[in-house]
Design a protein around this ligand. Structure first.
Ligand SMILES: Cc1cc2nc3c(=O)[nH]c(=O)nc-3n(C[C@H](O)[C@H](O)[C@H](O)COP(=O)(O)O)c2cc1C
Length: 172
């Protein structure tokens, strides 16, 4: 099994970083963990070149999408920022356009584990996180097999005990 994990937090050693690495430790096979904030992330320019072939934007986001296409499992993580995923994480999602617009490319069948972290201890963002299962993931033929949410997790390593336990107990 080939796994690609994306850390959408800008915070090194933060909650996403800790949870994603814990998850990656559990998995067999080839795995790569990418810290998005360290990469050259470019936005989708809506140039539509992907409708005629590959994305022409030469940046790391294009390579990340190609790596997701090649993976069996995507671990997609982000802290909640103002009720949504970070800009780093959304930048990758928007570039899925190069797949959805190109009939020769597909993410069909790729499994996804979502990891979200938030300071708020309530279920305030659960509906938003749940909606990701449909758009973008199911829309692209991907299947969310697990969602880990660390609620009440403001500081690095704070309030993530339940999420860590859930990861330990996961059968994957
Ligand atoms: C710019 C910014 C916006 C945030 N917005 C929210 C928010 O809307 N709701 C919330 O519960 N936490 C919010 N937080 C807190 C983070 O989601 C929380 O600290 C998270 O655990 C950070 O994960 P990380 O350690 O992987 O960066 C925000 C933090 C920052 C820096």
């Amino acid at each position: 099994m080939k796994t690609l994990a994306l850390i959408g937090s800008p915070r090194k050693d933060g909650n996403c970083d800790i949870l994603v690495n814990k998850l990656a430790e559990k998995l067999d096979g080839e795995k790569e963990v990418l810290f998005l904030n360290e990469l050259n992330l470019g936005y989708c320019d809506a140039c539509q070149s992907c409708q005629k072939g590959d994305c022409i934007k030469d940046d790391d986001t294009r390579d990340i999408v190609a790596k997701i296409e090649d993976a069996d499992l995507l671990i997609f993580s982000s802290p909640i920022y103002f009720g949504q995923m970070t800009a780093q994480a959304k930048t990758v999602i928007d570039r899925f356009y190069m797949i959805s617009q190109n009939p020769e490319r597909s993410l069909e069948g790729t499994k996804v584990i979502q990891v979200f972290t938030q300071a708020n201890p309530t279920d305030a963002f659960d509906a938003y996180i749940k909606s990701m299962e449909t758009m973008p993931f199911a829309f692209l033929g991907m299947e969310v097999i697990e969602t880990i949410i660390a609620r009440g997790a403001p500081g690095k390593g704070e309030g993530i005990e339940d999420a860590l336990k859930k990861i330990e107990e996961l059968e994957i």
